[in-house]
Design a protein around this ligand. Structure first.
Ligand SMILES: [Zn+2]
Length: 247
């Protein structure tokens, strides 16, 4: 039974990832999100057989069937990431709870992609996450309400202080709203851990770039929102028992 849930998580993840790859590609460019997929090089509209996630990529060996142009690995990478998120969450939480968590996991993945690629956390994704997060299984409601409030206020104050100190914005406007949603999901006690882990990973990546003497990761600034959402994914996977792990 567990294997079935895991397989369902992976397959649904491939489908979700295929859609997310398109969404995160078209939305920032202001293109219509609906409409048939086409080859970016020759414009040929993809048939139903070429839209099957992962399989069509493998069957065509990563190339457009008409013009032979290599398909950007971005699409495949996002499909695989979404499949991994779905499989991991349903392995840990087989059942309806796991499906809900997987949906939120793919939601976070969307924010990670948009923040990493465009430094953009749209309100349309960050704000609805707050009430949805309150409905997920997790710590007591009071802790989550504190988490939402403190998460927002904390990062908002950091943003104000930075602007006052340096004279320009150092934090994106979407970061406090995202942290409010993550606080609502994991509770107030998770906030310090979430922020220090995200900062740690971010500094690690920046240090790696510096060591290699070039932009290995392609980051121009630390995508704080993407890092926070990435760490929150791990929190989602561990679940409400994370505090016991610290003992
Ligand atoms: Zn083509």
């Amino acid at each position: 039974m567990l294997a079935l849930w895991v397989a369902a998580g992976a397959v649904l993840g491939l489908i979700a990832g295929s859609f997310l790859a398109l969404l995160t590609w078209r939305w920032p460019q202001g293109q219509a999100i609906t409409g048939r997929s086409h080859c970016d090089a020759c414009g040929v509209v993809l048939g139903p057989l070429q839209l099957v996630p992962l399989l069509s990529f493998l069957a065509q060996r990563g190339r457009c069937a008409r013009c032979g142009t290599a398909i950007a690995p971005r699409h495949l990478a996002i499909e695989l990431a979404a499949a991994a998120i779905g499989a991991a969450l349903l392995w840990r939480w087989p059942g309806v709870d796991g499906l809900l968590l997987a949906l939120v996991g793919w939601w976070l993945l969307t924010l990670i992609i948009l923040d990493a690629e465009h430094q953009w956390l749209p309100d349309l994704l960050t704000l609805p996450l707050i009430p949805v997060a309150l409905l997920l299984p997790g710590p007591p409601l009071s802790e989550r309400l504190w988490g939402a409030g403190l998460g927002f206020a904390g990062l908002w104050l950091v943003g104000v202080a930075y602007r006052w100190w340096r004279g320009h914005d150092g934090l994106g406007g979407g970061d406090p709203k995202l942290l409010a949603g993550l606080g609502a999901m994991l509770g107030a006690w998770a906030l310090p851990l979430l922020i220090s882990a995200a900062a740690g990973v971010g500094l690690g990546l920046a240090g790696w770039d510096a060591l290699r003497g070039r932009h290995v990761t392609g980051m121009t600034r630390l995508p704080l929102g993407a890092l926070l959402a990435g760490v929150a994914l791990i929190g989602l996977w561990i679940g409400p028992g994370w505090r016991e792990l610290l003992r």
